[in-house]
Write a protein that binds this ligand. Structure first.
Ligand code: MN
Length: 154
């Protein structure tokens, strides 16, 4: 009897731990292929939804970030708008504090400003990105966000 209770309580602990660690986001869009290590740290899955063309001059896509995953530092010549559709993450403009972003938030990244965005350490993030005026350019990629930069939150 004691053994049975012990096993049961262990199972409960495992179940709770598993639910915390694998908080499933609601995938609205196709997950796509894993982003490459020269653009992202960790497991990030970018998917284009609207390709830029001469009619709309606008690129729209989705990125699903697993916990801890984030983009490298980068900038957009004409800026970018993020719409967070699930989860919790971080966004940082260079020189400013890390901003916590979560489902329902809309974030504007000004033109030619170095920044990064991604999931929080514990919870994933799903975000739409909108890049306007693609005739001016889409993105310029820079170096990775270090673990130290990622972990500093005030
Ligand atoms: Mn960006």
């Amino acid at each position: 009897m004691v053994l049975a209770i012990t096993i049961l309580s262990c199972n409960n602990q495992n179940q709770e731990k598993m639910n915390t660690n694998t908080k499933e986001l609601v995938e609205i869009f196709p997950k796509g292929e894993k982003g490459t290590n020269d653009l992202f740290t960790g497991n990030a899955y970018p998917t284009a939804l609207v390709d830029a063309d001469s009619v709309y001059n606008t690129l729209v896509g989705n990125v699903y970030f697993e916990p801890g995953a984030r983009s490298h530092w980068h900038s957009h010549p004409a800026g970018q708008i993020l719409i967070i559709t699930d989860g919790i993450g971080y966004h940082q403009i260079e020189g400013k504090e890390i901003e916590i972003i979560k489902k329902g938030d809309v974030v504007k990244c000004p033109p030619n400003v170095r920044h990064w965005h991604g999931a929080s350490a514990d919870v994933g993030l799903q975000q739409l990105y909108i890049i306007p005026k693609t005739d001016e350019g889409i993105v310029e990629w820079n170096e990775a966000v270090t673990d130290e930069q990622y972990s500093i939150q005030k």
